[in-house]
Design a protein around this ligand. Structure first.
Ligand code: PMP
Length: 428
């Protein structure tokens, strides 16, 4: 028995499913989850001491690699002054100023402690601002686990086969309208069906919770136009894409300005952080300026601010995001070449520092339907073969992969070699 196996059976006695977030349990791929002891640069190390090239990156935030020495030092320095005050600090202003400077659509920003809180609060704000109840989301997009948003959700909800979670009253869920990602006709039709009733559209501008699906040309522009026509709030959920797809997020990469933006993980540099921000006229509806209530004991926590500020400072280095994207491209091209050579049907997607690969005959994958129709059994086998090879991919076909600045050419070449061997075994 490995140490991970032993820990997993022990964990299941006292933690539901042995994990504190479902996808970690490896339900999507079977087998025993690895218990991680340590992470450094592009690597994680499991409890049995095995080293992996990691493409999960704590599900997104580790753009600069694990345990970056300067972020670690910023945390250690901050700890000297206490862990939490529940009172305003200058570091929160610095963080807000930095976020505004990097994401120009944001006039004001409120810090929270998770992506779920960011999207939940942004939805409440959009509803309070417009006085409308209905919201529109896309099938397969995941925006955290708030009640209104666990409707046809992606990520773990999709992996576990519960895109519509029990426990959410039908009276809540009925206000969440869902249409297909990358399909503007469906968006127009639903706005025609519910005129003046839709408070907002919330979208992952690059979908990263049903594998990785970038927007087709004109999709985000179309959403902007529809929101303008119907006075609905356009919310970009950039919890994953923020500072990863480009320094200014997907909104900079595709040059579309949302009204509100949700941010997460990245701005904590690995600490538990989220944020939502946007146009002044909307943000001023939030308490204590306006009536829409939102609060948090640990919001703007000084340790998290210190880590996040250092991360954003390091991410601001010119050229960093171009280099990150070329790593994604290198990896995707390598997987494609290796799959073609082995006679395996595969296609890949990437945007900035996030990527996805699909076992399918389709030339490209643009929709939820296509993503769910891929060969999931083949993915599972590939995942485990790669794990044996020392490459840690997301343990579900419905998650994006992430590269970091610490993934060297040699790491990527080693990953592609591992994929070549894995593909050969898949067709053997
Ligand atoms: N939005 C998106 C796009 C996400 O990817 C996630 C988490 N993967 C969330 C929201 C929720 O964030 P958290 O898990 O920090 O609550």
């Amino acid at each position: 028995m490995t140490i991970s196996q032993d820990l997993f059976s022990r964990a299941q006695e006292s933690i539901p499913g042995g994990v504190n977030s479902p996808v970690r349990a490896f339900n999507g791929v079977g087998g025993t989850p690895l218990f991680i002891n340590k992470a450094e640069g592009p690597h994680t190390f499991d409890a049995d001491g095995k080293r992996y090239i990691d493409y999960v990156g704590s599900w997104g935030p580790m753009i600069l690699g694990h345990n970056h020495p300067q972020i670690k030092q910023a945390v250690l320095d901050a700890v000297e002054n206490g862990l939490s005050y529940g009172a305003p600090t200058e570091s929160e202003i610095l963080m807000a100023e930095k976020v505004k400077a990097l994401v120009p659509s944001i006039d004001k920003v409120r810090m929270v402690s998770s992506g779920t809180e960011a999207t939940m609060s942004a939805i409440r704000l959009a509803r309070g601002y417009t006085g409308r109840d209905k919201i529109l989301k896309f099938e397969g997009c995941y925006h955290g686990h708030a009640d209104s948003l666990l409707v046809k959700a992606g990520s773990g909800a999709l992996t576990m086969g519960v895109p519509n979670s029990p426990g959410i009253p039908a009276d809540f869920a009925k206000h969440t309208l869902t249409v297909s990602f990358n399909n503007l006709d469906e968006v127009k039709a639903i706005f025609a069906q519910y005129p003046d009733q839709i408070a907002c559209i919330i979208v992952e501008p690059v979908a990263g919770n049903m594998n990785c699906i970038p927007p087709v040309e004109g999709f985000l522009e179309g959403l902007r136009e529809i929101c303008d026509t119907h006075q609905s709030v356009l919310i970009f959920d950039e919890v994953m894409t923020g500072f990863r797809v480009a320094l200014g997020g997907a909104q900079a990469y595709y040059n579309i300005e949302p009204d509100l933006t949700c941010l997460g993980k990245v701005i904590g540099g690995g600490m538990p952080v989220g944020a939502f921000g946007g146009k002044r006229a909307i943000m001023d509806h939030i308490a204590p300026v306006g009536p829409v209530y939102q609060a948090g004991t640990l919001s703007g926590n000084p340790i998290a601010m210190a880590a996040g500020l250092k991360a954003l400072e390091l991410l601001s280095e010119p050229g960093l995001h171009d280099a990150l994207e070329s790593k994604s491209k290198q990896l995707c091209d390598g997987f494609q070449r290796a799959a073609d050579a082995a006679g395996i049907a595969l296609t890949t997607n990437y945007a900035g520092g996030m990527f996805g690969f699909f076992f399918t005959d389709a030339e490209r994958v643009d929709t939820y339907q296509q993503a769910t129709e891929c060969d999931l059994e083949r993915f599972k086998r590939f995942f485990h073969l790669m794990l044996e090879e020392g490459v840690y991919l997301a343990p579900s076909a419905f998650e994006a992969g992430f590269v970091s600045t610490m993934h060297s050419d040699a790491d990527i070449a080693e990953t592609i070699k591992a994929a070549e061997r894995a593909f050969a075994k898949l067709v053997a």
